[in-house]
Design a protein. Sequence first.
Length: 255
Amino acid sequence: ADADSVLTDLPAIPNMYEALVPRLRNTIFSTCVAAEGADNQLITLDPIGQWWNAETFTIGASLPKEVVIAVRHSAHRLAIPEDIALLTVIGVTLAWFQDQHVVPIAMIVPQRDGPEHNEMVGLFADFRQLCVCTGNLSFAGVALHLHNLVKERLWRPPGVATQFDLPLVNFEWTDFDEHAGFSQHVKLYQRAETIRYPMKVAVEQSSRDIWRMRVAFQSSMFDEGRRQHFFQLWEKSFRGLLERPLALVWSNNTS
């Protein structure tokens, strides 16, 4: 090297926190929803998907393929199962709907769900209660908390006198894979439900990439205005998880 040459200073190293934050946000944020028509409704109420009897009013709402793909994308970004992403949306909706930061819910959960228990998942399913915590948490925080809660089985048996006091959430998934030349034929539930719970939220699949929510309300507890408000909050909860996962669930504009 030339002895008379002058060495220039090395460029300054940027603050590592400032460098990581944009990358973390890009990793967590699900940008596909905003690119695929954020002005459109994510939930489509079925035009003939309303049934009622003397006690309950049941409403069906479809999630089109684009929204299902967005939910799966969001779940992949957060490293959680897609049903936990949906449970997050439902839990946040119920928290807003009941104006409570901690919402206890009832679920039907498998007691034997290991790799060797494929034939016993439904046989040993039972009712359990768990709490969805939303206070001081973001949508992503609620999702990760629920993921740990379900993974560690941090639920409890229902109380004898209070087992029907909570909203019921049930995932009615369908195995669309063919086994020994046979596959399941899906026939969606098309009538009013009879429930002993205040309300029931069921998730079912008309096909592998199209889901439907079926919500049954006790008519004596929820009038038409309350039922419409529930689905408005559900739409908002979907958008929060898919478009703003780092935003606090209980922000100033929560209604």
